[in-house]
Design a protein around this ligand. Structure first.
Ligand code: BTN
Length: 262
């Protein structure tokens, strides 16, 4: 299996992370970050990055395909360190990470309009380019897991993803420098996490501007409720807004049905 040429020294030199763990193969970087948190100690932010994940996880118990050449990492952060009230439960954290991904990848695919599907997907050319899994620990710490389809190709993807995913390599027909992408992404993420503490509304409004679900009929499962409505975008606090027969409703969490009716 080809090894990635990730430059760990550069990541430490040029980004805000205090420590880096680079694994050739791991079950899930989020699980490893959780394990590190349980073991305590150590300076944060910790970056856990893996060339291959054998059990990558997505929201709602979904699996995440980490194709050969893709980028998979998790950051273990202390929200208190940044003075942020926005912990892992807030949809704004995943949206901040999604914005960082859009700002990083946008210049690499100038022909495509990148957008966001609430709460955690980055979309390009009608397919999912990146996904984000934020998990709150019981204290102020949180894990921000990011999977980006960078140098992997849909040629090797499981059949069920061929219609719904997309990759940077397939869109651009070139290989990209993973270290450069990760350095840029961590830079944008640091900025967005700072904004979460100082001007959280800006994260919500920028996410709303990039939200691709405006005007679509969506069905959201929230607890044991299922609500269908027309998407009115994303609120300043990161909630999904649905116009329903009972009026406009805001949802801070929930799982969207995959089938979206236009
Ligand atoms: C989703 O689409 O629902 C979120 C996908 C998140 C995938 C990333 S890959 C790195 C990190 N480790 C995991 O197991 N999941 C996240």
């Amino acid at each position: 299996m080809a090894q990635s040429n990730l430059d760990v020294d550069r990541l430490l030199r040029e980004t805000f992370v205090a420590r880096v763990e680079h694994h050739r193969s791991l079950g899930s970087t989020n699980d490893r970050a959780r394990q590190c948190a349980a073991e305590g100690g150590g300076e944060l932010p910790l970056l856990v990055v893996a060339d291959v994940q054998t059990a990558g996880r997505g929201r709602g118990g979904h699996r995440w395909w980490t194709g050969q050449g893709s980028l998979a990492f998790s950051l273990l952060l202390d929200a208190g360190q940044r003075g942020s009230e926005h912990r892992g439960q807030s949809p704004l954290v995943a949206l901040a990470a999604a914005l960082a991904v859009v700002e990083t990848l946008g210049p690499l695919v100038p022909a495509e309009r990148l957008g966001i599907d609430w709460p955690n997907d980055v979309m390009a050319a009608g397919g999912k380019l990146a996904g984000i899994l934020v998990e709150a620990l019981g204290d102020q710490r949180q894990i921000v897991g990011v999977g980006v389809n960078t140098n992997n190709s849909l040629d090797e993807a499981p059949p069920e993803l061929k219609q719904t995913a997309c990759t940077l390599r397939d869109l651009t027909a070139v290989q990209h420098d993973q270290t450069a992408i990760l350095v840029a992404l961590l830079g944008h993420l640091e900025e967005k996490l700072g904004q979460l503490a100082s001007q959280p509304d800006r994260i919500g409004s920028r996410a709303d501007a990039l939200c691709l679900q405006h005007g679509k009929i969506l069905t959201l499962r929230a607890g044991n409720r299922s609500v269908t409505g027309c998407c009115a975008g994303i609120a300043a606090d990161g909630a999904l807004l649905l116009e329903t027969p009972a009026g406009r409703q805001a949802f801070h969490s929930g799982i969207l049905d995959q089938a979206t009716i236009r």
